[in-house]
Design a protein around this ligand. Structure first.
Ligand SMILES: Cc1cc2nc3c(=O)[nH]c(=O)nc-3n(C[C@H](O)[C@H](O)[C@H](O)COP(=O)(O)O)c2cc1C
Length: 388
């Protein structure tokens, strides 16, 4: 009863099929929390569909019988140009969800970025020994809290700090409003009844549900419940943050420092001027400002502004191996996967995330083989058909 549904590997033959499996496995309010975006979900849809506007130009006679998709990022070798994006509340999808996902990433030879909003604490995740591990955080109104999280992450051996800059105010996620998946939750009787129909999830999570919390914010000795904690947590990021805060954090954090949520070329140039090592071209998977540029659409402007002075990563809408190849062709160094990793987690825990990462690996390898690309360094703008 608490294991994955029989036959999930066969049915989950690609990322979209894993989404369908996740929809079957999760209560609707939780599936929608993961799947949904802000407002009319225009940016969410365009994150995916804008990849279709780019066409690959293969060169099969390049002789790519042997292919190597490994990359080096901040001194760490990754087995492929795709890592796991920070995604909050993993522990709501599967028991000990963060550790399950991080273990799958490490086994696949890639990096895992822990969300500020993890159920477990950042120290507990570090205790699993998974590596490379990155930590995502915010600039909080309380700069001492900002410092504290950075110092805890450094002490726990996180290699990179990712400062998300696009969630200074929480976006308008209308599916969550419809479902009553709010803080505090206002689930309708129908929604609660529907949850009961997802028996395997309910059974699997029966001991976890009372313990779900935002581990990194729980103060020692405090008996704060999830609702109170979440209410406090959502108001912590500072909409008044400025570049001075980034400069200040740069002075505190010893490892690689990245900004997440960069879309504007001027912001990208300023990030370099303020000493960051990298940035994530991202609109938070369409969950924040609806109408914002899609990640792949914004990428060329950021690449031009950065001009090789920092690493550029991209997330949003990556559903196929060819999407990774297209992002790299436009100048990204690596991509991240958010929802697909969560769909895998919801379906089969660690095995499900491993399955999703393996699906991506297979598809990246196939696309490289069919395009005549033997290594990541062979991927450049010339493999894309230029639109006039
Ligand atoms: C359920 C969910 C929770 C997320 N939580 C966080 C978070 O805590 N911090 C953060 O910086 N981004 C968060 N994100 C955004 C992801 O890091 C990433 O930018 C986005 O999911 C990428 O788009 P994709 O889902 O199309 O791959 C979350 C995304 C989802 C779907």
């Amino acid at each position: 009863m608490s294991g994955p549904a029989p036959g999930w590997q066969r049915r989950g033959f690609n990322v979209a099929a894993m989404r369908t499996e996740a929809k079957r496995a999760l209560p609707r309010a939780i599936f929608d929390f993961v799947d949904g975006g802000a407002g009319d979900e225009v940016t969410l849809r365009r994150n995916e569909s804008d990849f279709d506007a780019l066409s690959l130009l293969p060169r099969p006679l390049n002789g790519a019988a042997e292919r190597d998709m490994s990359i080096t990022l901040f001194g760490q070798k990754l087995s492929m140009p795709l890592m796991v994006a920070p995604t909050g509340l993993a522990g709501l999808l599967w028991p000990d969800g963060e550790a399950a996902s991080a273990r799958a990433a490490a086994a696949a030879g890639t990096a895992y970025c822990l969300s500020h909003g993890s159920v477990c604490t950042l120290e507990a995740l570090a205790g699993t020994g998974v590596t490379p591990r990155w930590m995502q955080t915010y600039i909080y109104k309380d700069r001492e809290l900002t410092r504290e999280i950075a110092e805890r992450a450094a002490a726990a051996g996180y290699e990179a700090l990712v400062v998300t800059i696009d969630t200074q105010i929480v976006g308008n996620r209308e599916r969550d409003i419809r479902n009553g998946f709010l803080i505090p939750p206002r689930l309708s009787a129908g929604e609660v009844a529907r949850m009961a129909f997802k028996l395997p999830w309910l059974w699997r999570m029966r001991r976890e549900i009372p313990r779900i919390t935002f581990g990194n914010y729980k103060r020692a000795g405090e008996a704060e419940d999830l609702t109170a904690l979440a209410e406090r947590m959502l108001t912590l990021p500072d909409p008044g943050m400025t570049w001075r805060d980034i400069e200040w954090l740069r002075g505190i954090w010893p490892g690689a420092l990245l900004l997440k949520g960069v879309l504007h070329p001027d912001e990208a140039a300023a990030a370099v001027a303020n000493g960051v090592d990298g940035m994530l071209v991202s609109n938070h998977g369409g969950r924040q400002l609806d109408g914002a540029a899609s990640a792949i659409e914004a990428l060329p402007g950021v690449v031009e502004a950065v001009d090789g002075r920092a690493k550029i990563l991209l997330d949003g809408g990556i559903r196929r191996g060819t999407h990774v190849i297209k992002a790299l062709a436009l100048g990204a160094d690596c991509c991240l996967t958010g929802r697909p990793q969560f769909w895998g987690l919801a379906v089969a825990g660690e095995a499900g995330v491993a399955h999703v990462l393996e699906t991506f690996r297979r598809e990246i390898d196939l696309a490289m083989g069919l395009s005549g690309l033997a290594k990541i360094g062979d991927i450049g703008p010339d493999i894309l058909l230029r639109q006039s």
